[in-house]
Design a protein around this ligand. Structure first.
Ligand SMILES: [Zn+2]
Length: 301
């Protein structure tokens, strides 16, 4: 009995019995990458589901409980969550995960950002990307940069598990590099192809694989389609022989469907986040890319 007690004390002292670190992420992609690095030493939950528009998440009482108990909060930043996270954070009364606290991690600080504004920044006219494009997670190179930042933070919060996190990060890097080679090869025949996307969610993704985004169904990010913009878009698409219109699952298909029909392009639903599909085909970061790359290849054939 006494021996067991000593053993238990020893294990506890080395952190082997420590409960998994409670991590909350704003979007499911950060949750997936945190699981890659944190393994069974983290308990990760995402506020937004993969099939929701991350700019506009409807607050629920259960989110408050999640945030209240969190030891680490990971955000995309660049004002992606500005419409819904600040009031939730206020009401959760958890000072450990507020901006500036040790338990707050804004991942936009260490990644490559597209569409950085050069002039004055404002959200008038509805532009929801005033600080640069926040959809940066859709690039395997940025996934590595995100994972590195997560690893550093997990190490800081759980120093005893540092070797475990480091090993998992290295393993993730190997697997994502291999997968990236596969995705690049699959899309290689379509380099330079022109597409239109509904929202400007794909600048990092398309740039990575050499696909040209030449227009958007939204006149400005966050602004619904208008008849005059749609008319101009269709003419431009015919002119430039655009092959596909990409749509996120949370938009109404009516306008993009009609744009595709009138311009001779295909309408394709791609998932901008892990868990966006109803089945399990997008359940982690790797599957998300497998699914999107296969669908894009099919559309550009
Ligand atoms: Zn956006």
């Amino acid at each position: 009995m006494r021996r067991i007690l000593i053993l238990a004390t020893l294990l506890f002292a080395t952190g082997a019995f420590a409960a998994p670190l409670k991590v909350v992420t704003t979007i499911s992609d950060l949750a997936s990458l945190t699981k890659e690095v944190g393994g069974d030493r983290v308990d990760v939950q995402s506020v937004a589901r993969g099939y929701q528009d991350p700019h506009f998440v409807e607050p629920k009482p259960s989110f408050l409980l999640l945030l209240r108990n969190a030891e680490l909060l990971e955000v995309v930043g660049l004002e992606l969550e500005i419409g819904w996270l600040p009031p939730l954070l206020d009401q959760s009364r958890n000072n450990n995960i507020r901006p500036g606290a040790k338990g707050y991690l804004d991942l936009s600080n260490g990644v490559e950002i597209q569409d950085r504004p050069t002039g004055t920044v404002n959200r008038s006219m509805g532009d929801v990307h005033p600080l640069g494009n926040p959809h940066y997670w859709l690039d395997p190179a940025n996934a590595v940069r995100i994972a590195i930042q997560i690893e550093k933070k997990l190490e800081e919060l759980r120093p005893a598990d540092a070797p475990y996190f480091q090993q998992r990060l290295n393993d993730f890097k190997v697997r994502i590099n291999e997968a990236n080679k596969r995705w690049t090869a699959q899309l290689a025949p379509y380099r330079g192809a022109k597409i239109v996307t509904y929202h400007n969610s794909w600048p990092n993704f398309m740039r990575r694989f050499g696909i040209n985004v030449v227009g958007y169904v939204e006149p400005k990010p966050g602004v619904p389609p208008s008849p005059s913009h749609t008319f101009e878009l269709i003419n431009m698409m015919k002119d430039q022989k655009v092959k596909a219109v990409i749509m996120e699952p949370y938009f109404d298909a009516k306008t993009p469907q009609s744009i595709a029909e009138r311009s001779g392009a295909k309408l394709v639903v791609l998932y901008p986040s892990v868990g966006g599909a109803k089945d399990s085909s997008t359940d982690d970061y790797f599957k998300l890319f497998d699914s999107n790359v296969a669908k894009l290849v099919e559309a550009l054939k």
